[in-house]
Ligand binder design. Structure first.
Ligand code: NDP
Length: 252
């Protein structure tokens, strides 16, 4: 029988699912039939997302950097929603300043949020996924992991480390049936990004002139890629970084 592109009855955990790319991923998963747990620190943001996403969205207030809370978070979702089959490591923070001015504590905070907590949460979820022999772990990286971009030394380090983590876990555990992939979104028109572009037309022109598709991406388009990597349609794909960037990373 033909396989259908769906996520019916799968349970997904999307960190930082209350806004931006995470919200779009959660929306796409729900549209394809999944039950989605979204996390974040801000309850109002999560509640607003639930209003938008409906009954198959479940909210859990959680700060990913508080690693000692991961066990309870995952155990609660497993009990309330069922076995987690999809983990999207999306929560992240950005920091931009000249590298020589970045302090150790700023560097540490970005690394804690964007990579250390990701590994800790992934390991917690894997305790459940590996014995079941089924799962898809997707980590949201960045163009900053593929290109040298100035003034984002911690961000770039953390997003590059995510790719190392993805490849290492994929080599070690893909034989179990659990897959590990990353997505590198290109320049995506979130509210904050559009504001920056409006105030810097020269930068906007530079980015667009280096993007073969000649436009910015949408959060929905990242959601589509995340749906593919979560679905059985990508069952033989593991250890990759999928750029969703209108061709930007061709680097012409
Ligand atoms: P947003 O700021 O909209 O989303 C980030 C989300 O992460 C928020 O919902 C926030 O929720 C959550 N978050 C941040 N810190 C924590 C934390 N300590 N614990 C739990 N949740 C946290 O930005 P984007 O949608 O743009 O970013 C999503 C991901 O995509 C990030 O990893 C980012 O690096 C990546 N990315 C984005 C690109 C873009 O163009 N927008 C390009 C490339 C990569 P709360 O405040 O409630 O905690």
């Amino acid at each position: 029988m033909e396989m259908k592109f769906e996520l019916n009855n799968k349970v997904a955990l999307v960190t930082g699912g209350g806004s931006g790319i995470g919200l779009a991923i959660a929306a796409q998963y729900i549209a394809l039939g999944a039950k989605v747990a979204i996390t974040g620190r801000n309850i109002e943001k999560l509640q607003a997302a639930k209003v938008e996403l409906g009954d198959n969205c479940f909210i859990y207030v959680n700060d990913v950097t508080q690693k000692d809370t991961h066990g309870k978070l995952v155990e609660t979702i497993e009990r309330e929603l069922g076995p987690i089959e999809i983990l999207v490591n999306n929560a992240g923070m950005h920091s931009k300043k000249p590298s020589m001015e970045a302090t150790d504590s700023e560097f540490q905070m970005v690394m804690d949020t964007n990579i250390n907590s990701v590994f800790a949460l992934t390991r917690t979820v894997l305790h459940y996924m590996l014995p079941r022999g089924k799962g898809s772990v997707i980590s949201i990286s960045s163009m900053a992991a593929l290109f040298g971009i100035t003034q984002v030394v911690a961000y770039s380090s953390s997003k590059t480390a995510l790719l190392g983590m993805t490849r290492s876990l994929a080599s070690e555990y893909s034989h179990t049936g659990v897959r590990f992939n990353a997505i590198a979104p290109g320049f995506i028109e979130t509210k904050m990004f559009l504001n920056i572009m409006e105030s810097d037309p020269a930068r906007k022109e530079k980015i667009l002139s280096r993007t073969p598709a000649r436009r910015f991406g949408t959060t929905k388009e990242v959601g589509h890629a995340a749906a593919f990597l979560a679905s059985d349609f990508s069952n033989f794909i593991t250890g990759i970084c999928l750029p969703v960037d209108g061709g930007n990373s061709i680097g012409f």
